[in-house]
Design a protein around this ligand. Structure first.
Ligand code: LMR
Length: 415
């Protein structure tokens, strides 16, 4: 610094400033909205943007089961030493049992290997790196639409991204025939990204029969399914929401599963997720897992502990487990109640557009059909925050904000 200060001005002018050419990045379509919401001083603002559960009072509380598990961990933790590269084996087991149950063939045979990751996003990025290094010719196919971060994660990992049709805008439902026909054309060796339940952003899931048909095509075509499993328990129930996994994992079939426990354990900021490799047999799963671990070591080395310890503690204690299941049921039922109230309130306000499809969708999200100008107007004039695509987080609705929300929507729909 002292030397620089002594340099003549002419020399300073030649200092190479590499950052000068770097432009500001656009705001993230979801998390950027949260930042804008926080800055909004309107006391009546409503956040239907980011997928975070809110209770009837609009709060995102720590679950009671999580608080109880944290007390157990606080007193019982004996070390802050590193976890193994793939994380805690007890957590891996808990993840597998939550996805499949303890007695499932996939778990008993040992043909699933699980790594603890920093969130579901971390798991997806580990998959991206794995594909790029181990299966470099594979492209990844995503539903149109999908979570806006999906193409970014795989694009950043250098994996070519393609899309298949999913949403039928006219029916506000699943474009199942088009989806299946598109899957039939994907070349063997490519990867198909599927939302395990509670499709983000549409809230529209295939039925159990449709999952069977999807699994049949995916495997007959020699495609590798990658299931993003971030909302287990928010759709119909813990086991009901696992029908896609059940259909896809049959008899020696391979797949990848990225789990997130942000939503169903309310552990958002603890960043707790997992990548599970389901292979033909135990030997194959172990081999693939060794490459996943090599990728993790070169990325974040080994995972953070706390969130996974919470999940493991709750899963391992029958009392905490049933307390958690009850809390999960309460969240699910509240969201479904808000779906009904939203549709009824819009009707009561004289909105003649049929929004009843919202009661048939599952999970936190719905595609409202609101256009970009309507979404912008809701934010600018009413401090109501909705993702630009028209995706609404139903979990942000409460009995207290419903009137104001529906009045505003009725107004922008009229104009
Ligand atoms: C969402 O879709 O809103 C959540 O998955 C949060 C996020 O990271 O985008």
């Amino acid at each position: 610094m002292k030397r620089l200060a002594n340099l003549p001005l002419a020399c300073l002018a030649t200092v190479n400033r590499m950052f000068e050419t770097i432009e500001t990045a656009p705001a993230d379509p979801i998390l950027g909205l949260t930042a804008a919401f926080r800055q909004d001083s309107n006391p009546e603002k409503i956040n239907l943007g980011v997928g975070v559960y809110q209770d009837a009072e609009g709060r995102t509380p720590v679950l009671e089961s999580v608080k109880a598990a944290e007390a157990v961990i606080l007193h019982g933790e004996t070390s802050k030493g590193y976890l193994p590269i793939a994380g805690s084996p007890e957590y891996a087991r808990a993840v597998q049992e939550l996805m499949f149950t303890a007695t499932h063939e996939v778990v008993r045979s040992g043909r699933v290997a699980t790594s603890q990751t920093p969130g579901g996003t971390g798991a997806l990025r580990v998959v991206g790196n794995f594909l790029q290094t181990m299966l470099p010719k594979a492209r990844i196919w995503m539903s149109e639409p999908t979570w806006p971060n999906h193409p970014k994660i795989f694009g950043a990992a250098g994996v070519e991204v393609q899309t298949y049709p999913y949403f039928d805008a006219e029916q506000n439902g699943l474009a199942f025939d088009k989806m299946l026909a598109a899957l039939e054309t994907i070349p063997a060796g490519d990867v198909v990204l599927l939302h395990g339940c509670c499709h983000n952003p549409s809230g529209i899931d295939p039925s159990a029969e449709q999952w069977q048909a999807i699994a049949e095509v995916v495997h007959r075509r020699g495609l590798l399914p990658l299931v993003d499993f971030a909302y287990q328990g928010f759709g119909e129930g813990l086991r009901e929401d696992a029908v896609a996994l059940e259909a896809l994992c049959q008899a020696g079939r391979e797949m990848l599963i990225c789990s997130s426990f942000s939503k169903n354990f309310g552990l958002y900021r603890e960043r707790v997720g997992a990548l599970s490799v389901v292979a033909a047999d135990r030997e194959s799963a172990t081999r693939v897992q060794s490459q996943v671990m090599a990728g993790i070591r070169a990325n974040y080395s080994n995972p953070p502990s706390h969130g996974a310890a919470v999940v493991t503690t709750i899963h391992g204690d029958p009392q905490l487990h049933s307390q958690w299941e009850a809390e999960l049921r309460t969240m699910r039922q509240r969201i479904n109640g808000m779906r009904t109230l939203f549709v009824e309130t819009l009707q009561a306000k004289g909105v003649d557009r049929d929004f009843s499809f919202i009661t048939r969708q599952r999970g936190m999200f719905s595609f409202s059909g609101l256009t970009r100008p309507q979404v912008d107007r809701l934010r600018e004039e009413y401090s109501i925050y909705i993702v630009g695509s028209g995706r609404i987080n139903v979990a942000g609705m409460t009995a207290g904000n419903m009137d104001r929300l529906c009045d505003a929507i009725a107004t922008v729909l009229k104009d």
